[in-house]
Design a protein around this ligand. Sequence first.
Ligand SMILES: Cc1cc2nc3c(=O)[nH]c(=O)nc-3n(C[C@H](O)[C@H](O)[C@H](O)COP(=O)(O)OP(=O)(O)OC[C@H]3O[C@@H](n4cnc5c(N)ncnc54)[C@H](O)[C@@H]3O)c2cc1C
Length: 376
Amino acid sequence: MQFNWEESEKLAKIEEFATDKVRKAASKIDSLSEYPGQLVKEMANLGMFALYIPRQYGGDGMSLHTLMEAVRIISRECASTALILDVTVSLFAEPIMKYGNEVLKEEYLSRVATGEIGALAITEPGAGSDAASIKATAKREGNKYLIKGAKTFITNGKEASFYVVSAMTSPENKHKGMTLFAVDRKSAGLSIGNEFRKMGIRGTSTTEVLLDNVEVGKDDVIGRVNEGFRIEMDTLNVGRIGIASQAIGISEGAFSDVLRFASETQTEPKENLKFRISDMANLLHSSVRNYEEAIHHSESGNNSPLHSSMAKLQAGDSSVAITSSASEILGYYAMTEEYPLERRYREAKITQIYEGTNEIQRLVIAKEILRSGIRF
Ligand SMILES: Cc1cc2nc3c(=O)[nH]c(=O)nc-3n(C[C@H](O)[C@H](O)[C@H](O)COP(=O)(O)OP(=O)(O)OC[C@H]3O[C@@H](n4cnc5c(N)ncnc54)[C@H](O)[C@@H]3O)c2cc1C
């Protein structure tokens, strides 16, 4: 897949920023569970939040592939820093770009382009994999809706200036009665509840978002009323490519640790090491192929659930296998800060869980294959 000149230049600058700045900060971000506020500002100054936003809303109008490569490059150094960008653009801005009305686009896309943070709030206690079983409601009152509910495990929860929130508008119709709303952080009744401590991606906040009769207008509806579930699934098809890019970046970081270790500590790599390097390369290669194929489908106007799920599944499972194998190769070095492998190992795990666990990806893949009869 090709980039134009402007995109290639931008990615080269991002690569420089990642190796100069993000690499140095990553260990401290992790060990102190510290939000990388300064790096986020620098990403905004570099135009990273604007990459994929259309030009008329203050962005650069670059391809989805460019955004995903930016996430991949930053993830090689720090998965937390990359996730803040990924969630803001591919989970908050994406549904507004695709389904939002002009009012929402003018209001929110221009703010994302300057680096304001966004979040997607769908998960609730007891409604994770089964996103249609949420209890949050949005009650119509004249021209307004009142949203009431409690969202949990929301990435960027603490720093977000705005959220895309799912709520039931016709609960009796189950998933056909769900609507997505854009909600500004400053809305009365919106508050941040508990923040969770995590095994990985510790530089991101993961919080409850509580909505106590939060008033939104009818212009804040994303797409049409009761179409929220379909829009949410379409958004996750892009989001899952973002998780694949994060997982690939983590794997590439671990792979480069192994190659550095091999060159620094061995004269002639032992056979066992060669087998492991070969297996890692194979997993990485197939992850990248699936990821690029999913991007290709998405950019061709067909957000394919099959390809997005295959990209996330392959890259997520591979990143856990690769960081685990890399840790074994490095022996005790993997447990020290000399190589950031123990952090990468902890960062990889989440890519199998969020935006649909990898069991859910397997269900999607099987359903699509059985439905369409596709053969490879
Ligand atoms: C760090 C972190 C960040 C997150 N960020 C966000 C965010 O920004 N926004 C947001 O809305 N959510 C977010 N989430 C929530 C995340 O998407 C959910 O955790 C995920 O979808 C899984 O839901 P669950 O945890 O409720 O697990 P459950 O749905 O309870 O699943 C538990 C286990 O059962 C399996 N399982 C469930 N249903 C089936 C089935 N039908 N068939 C086979 N196996 C099944 C699952 O695969 C899993 O292994 C985040 C979670 C974490 C941990």
